[in-house]
Design a protein around this ligand. Structure first.
Ligand SMILES: O=C(O)c1ccc(O)c(O)c1
Ligand SMILES: [Mg+2]
Length: 598
């Protein structure tokens, strides 16, 4: 189906919005009146610009407070409408959205509303224009889609139809099944927006918190299925009022938006995309650093062995159990400092995984960096992290490991067994996009979102995982631009005995993040420990948590550049990430940074 986006959903000037929508692959736009009013371009120039960009103008909106008013007022409304219809003719668009009145002058009289909308449609018809009537969830007398449809049905005018907006329908808890009672040709327009499930005033909710389908809590696919059963064949159009999108760069937002519509069309059977290939494990995490020494010292103290070297690049493989960390001192590091640059995901079908990612608008990275390198499938996540789809130890497929040659090394310590999870701090405006990306592109399931108090702001955190926890990625975001040193990426390493690994780390000169005594007093109040157990945790800075499934013990290294390590011990099927402890850990990291600068 054709896709469209309302200009209000993107930041910037009207031309910036149009360019972003076109580049992301939209077929058309809804022009929001304010964007037109503020534009230096004449309507004819906007029309030409859209044509150059391959965009149709599917809707002009909104026209407000038209119907169910005293005759004299309605006369003024018709005069206003005539002006707008003339403007629409210059723009070359044939559908106008009229939203249900919020005016104190409006009366609760459906017959009057129908008569006046019919008169408006008469005028519109003279201009070759159709009027799409939408119930605002906070409309004065008309606030549900079925009510708006009854009025349209009563008016029975060929130039008057319904505009359905998923936010207004689902925010009020209306049953979308009733949409099937509307003939498809009388649905003139369909606007789609999701939203997180919040208990708040519906107008504020709508104007600030809408998001793209799949990013909130509404069943948008279910609603669209009802609409499709009517025979509706107009565009799927995104109309998203969102404080973050208003500020974020229009280009990436438009890509995020279009991805959401691709995923939606797949869900309702309107599009076939390459099937998701769910990763089955973490092959490696790649750190870039201008100076290998500090990171290498931490890895060595954690029991990793430097076991192999890249054949053509300054990259070493450090390994402990199934945990593999690449340390890259190449050009990217000199540019960006120390940080987590790439993740290798074990994939049953690396090429298939890359095809799906590409179909969902992820930038595909060059398959080969140097002529002698193995061919690798890789894409960029929204935060810039490179995702490699790997086939470790599968001889029939290209193997990243073949680019490395073993170097002599001592046997690694056996304490660390694998990478438990990767924690990626997202740029403040990319959080919802990151979640949708990891769900739709990688086929991972998103867990509940949790709020974590940092001393200097609130963090939102949400894990995406595969079914058995072999791949866990914890995404988080702060309200303000991140403090790079505290809100760093981290690699969480699984250990069978976190106390033993922590002790070994310390004995080898590693620095663990100390935790405040008050935290341990609280632990003593909440749980019963064996004699001496808590003292041991206190001494090492080990945190403790428990859920319905099991226990969690974890501790943290000091931060190097923009990355640090966590050691975690999961027992009995514990499912979380120690979110309960995160505020204490974040405060400890701020304190450590003040003391040592690192
Ligand atoms: O918030 C509003 O006023 C508004 C305007 C037009 C729409 O289509 C809509 O859904 C909301
Ligand atoms: Mg709307």
């Amino acid at each position: 189906m054709l896709t469209s986006i309302a200009t209000v959903s993107l930041s910037g000037s009207l031309t910036e919005k149009l360019t972003a929508a076109s580049r992301a692959g939209f077929d058309g736009v809804e022009i929001f009146e304010n964007d037109l009013l503020a534009s230096p371009l004449a309507p004819e120039e906007i029309r030409a610009r859209c044509a150059d960009l391959g965009l149709t103008i599917d809707l002009y909106q909104p026209m407000r407070d038209i119907e169910a008013v005293p005759e004299e007022e309605f006369g003024r409304n018709l005069r206003r409408a005539r002006h707008k219809f003339e403007l629409m003719r210059r723009l070359g668009t044939d559908t106008v959205l009229v939203c249900s009145s919020v005016s104190p002058l409006a009366v609760d009289d459906d017959d009057l509303a129908a008569r006046q909308l019919s008169q408006l449609a008469d005028l519109a018809q003279d201009f070759g224009i159709r009027v799409a009537y939408e119930a605002l969830a906070w409309g004065r007398h008309v606030s549900t889609y079925d009510h708006a449809w009854r009025i349209v049905e009563t008016a029975d005018h060929p130039a008057l139809g319904a505009c359905l907006d998923s936010f207004h329908i689902l925010s009020r808890g209306s049953d979308p099944k009733g949409i099937e009672d509307i003939p498809g040709e009388k649905i003139f327009y369909l606007q789609l927006a999701d939203a997180p499930l919040l208990a708040m005033d519906v107008l504020q909710w709508s104007r600030h918190y809408r998001c793209f389908p799949g990013q909130g809590g509404f069943d948008i696919a279910g609603l669209v299925r009802h609409v499709l059963r009517t025979g509706y064949s107009g565009p799927l159009s995104l109309e998203v009022f969102n404080d973050v999108f208003r500020q974020a760069e229009a280009g990436p937002t438009a890509v995020d938006a279009h991805r959401s519509l691709l995923v939606l069309q797949e869900a309702v059977g309107l599009a076939e995309l390459p099937a998701p290939v769910v990763p089955t494990g973490v092959a490696f995490a790649e750190l870039v650093t201008p100076d290998a020494e500090p990171v290498s010292a931490v890895l060595a103290a954690l029991g990793f062995a430097r076991s192999a070297r890249h054949r053509s690049k300054p990259v070493y493989l450090w390994q402990a159990g199934e945990a593999r960390v690449l340390v890259n001192t190449g050009p990217a590091a000199r540019r960006d400092g120390t940080g987590l640059a790439a993740i290798g995901l074990e994939s049953p079908d690396p090429a298939g995984a890359a095809r799906r990612a590409e179909a969902l608008l992820a930038p595909v990275l060059p398959r080969r960096r140097a002529s002698e390198d193995a061919l690798l499938d890789a894409v960029a996540a929204p935060d810039g992290t490179e995702l490699f789809f790997c086939a470790t130890d599968r001889p029939q497929l290209a193997n990243w490991r073949a680019d490395f040659e073993d170097v002599p090394h001592a046997a690694p310590d056996t304490g660390v067994t694998r990478i438990d999870h990767l924690a990626l701090v997202q740029p403040w405006h990319h959080f919802d996009e990151a979640t949708l990306f990891h769900r739709s592109v990688l086929g991972l399931a998103a867990q509940e979102s949790v709020d974590v108090a940092d001393p200097y702001g609130l963090l939102r955190s949400r894990a995406v995982t595969d079914a058995d926890g072999s791949v866990r990625i914890a995404l988080s975001v702060g309200a303000a631009p991140a403090d790079d040193t505290v809100h760093a990426q981290h690699i969480a390493l699984a250990a069978g005995d976190v106390v033993a690994v922590a002790r070994r780390f310390r004995a080898a000169g590693g620095l663990l993040l100390p935790m405040p005594a008050n935290y341990y007093d609280d632990l003593a109040a909440r749980f019963e420990f064996e004699e001496g157990e808590l003292d041991m945790y206190r001494e090492l800075g080990i945190l403790y948590d428990r859920d319905a499934y099991g226990e969690f013990r974890h501790c943290y290294t000091r931060t190097v550049g923009r990355v640090f390590f966590e050691l975690v011990q999961r027992d009995g099927g514990y499912r979380g990430y120690g979110a309960q402890n995160a505020p204490v850990r974040l405060a400890a990291q701020h304190a450590a940074r003040r003391l040592t600068g690192g």
